[in-house]
Design a protein around this ligand. Sequence first.
Ligand code: ZN
Length: 467
Amino acid sequence: MKLYNSMTGKKEEFKTITQGVVNMYVCGPTVYNFFHIGNARPFMMFDVLRRYFEYKGYQVNYVQNFTDVDDKIINRAHEEHRSSEEISETYIKEYFKDADTLGIHRATHHPKVTENIEQIIDFIKVLVEKGYAYVVDSGDVYFNTHSFDGYGKLSGQSIEDLESGARVEINTDKRHPTDFALWKSKKEGEPFWPSPWGEGRPGWHIECSVMSTRYLGQTIDIHAGGHDLIFPHHENEIAQSEAYSGKTFANYWIHNGYINIDNEKMSKSKGNFFTVREILQEYDPEVIRFFMISAHYRSPVNFSRELIQAAKSGLERLYTAKYNLEFWLEKGTREAMDKEEQEALEKMMTYKTRFIEAMDDDFNTADAVGAIFELVRLINTRVGENTSKTLLKSSYDLLLELTSVLGILVKEKELLDSEIEQLIAQREAARQHKDYGRADRIRDELLEKGIRLEDTPQGVKWSHIRS
Ligand SMILES: [Zn+2]
């Protein structure tokens, strides 16, 4: 498999440090609000990458942090007269609700900054001792970017270029414009912890270096995040981690492209800043997921009504094929494949090869989706009333094998009300004939499809089981 490494600007053959194991870190959300559609993209795309590794038989140790100490959280807490902890706990819960709805699997670990303060302090101590960090009078601790030779290597810029572009901050005792805070001294109304440099709280960048090291080791396989994190966040993570350990921090740096809304950059001032929660009021979560994975993760995507509509139609085509296969499988009578069917199955398997080739080429989900569409086109022309059960089952399994890697086509067919009524009538008839076995089977079948039956004096009532 090849992956595009932002560090080298090339597609490289992917080799893990430990055979059969992928250690992967993805920068997580700052929990002060519902996450927005721009954040949803990396969470979802790297979820697909992880699923693909698992499909290939790797054990994936996946860490995605929660930034639960931050200015934005503190501001929101002040606005709402609540504690920072209440704000972050609320939005961690909300994160999981939205992520679950979008089919994003839980990480192996979801560490929080507040659970890693001791480790963060120890890490900073080492940086100070080694001369990479300095303490100023206020009690702030800064990383000295001039002390680390490789500073700028990820973004491909010299420290001079980065410095000339850096925002000039007033009222700091920083030695260089690119130096950044590892520890911030306590300010009124902010959460704080004791440290060797006085009471205060960690800066943003240090948490990822510490949590990545703590949960995955000093050198990991993949560090991933949005393109906007390359500078300064990931550049700073590299400086801290490599200064600390003297080792390479991550072997592959993977970044996803931007998301635009109706061809415009997303921003609060333009009023086109959407949280996932808002979008889910209007669209099916799986359509959003399918929309995202239909584009290559490195290309920019444009979020527009027309494109979402196109994704919806595409997904419906895939569902139609799935449900048709289920329908014919239930009706089918002939078991074994004939020669022509064997050839059809062979042809179908070439789309699996194409799917894998696409995913092996820098996890090109756009081409992988293309291969699934080709497969579905063939399925639609080849299967029907007279198809053998073996071919139906093989094409069904193949389709779901590929779509499960992408996390789509997960819904069961919803029964129409008339179908439910019909099954209930059949169950009643079975009971009248004292065929209780059959009656129970029908009840179980309905239960499996999310329909609960209740026998009342007025007759049988049914309802949907909503989780
Ligand atoms: Zn990070």
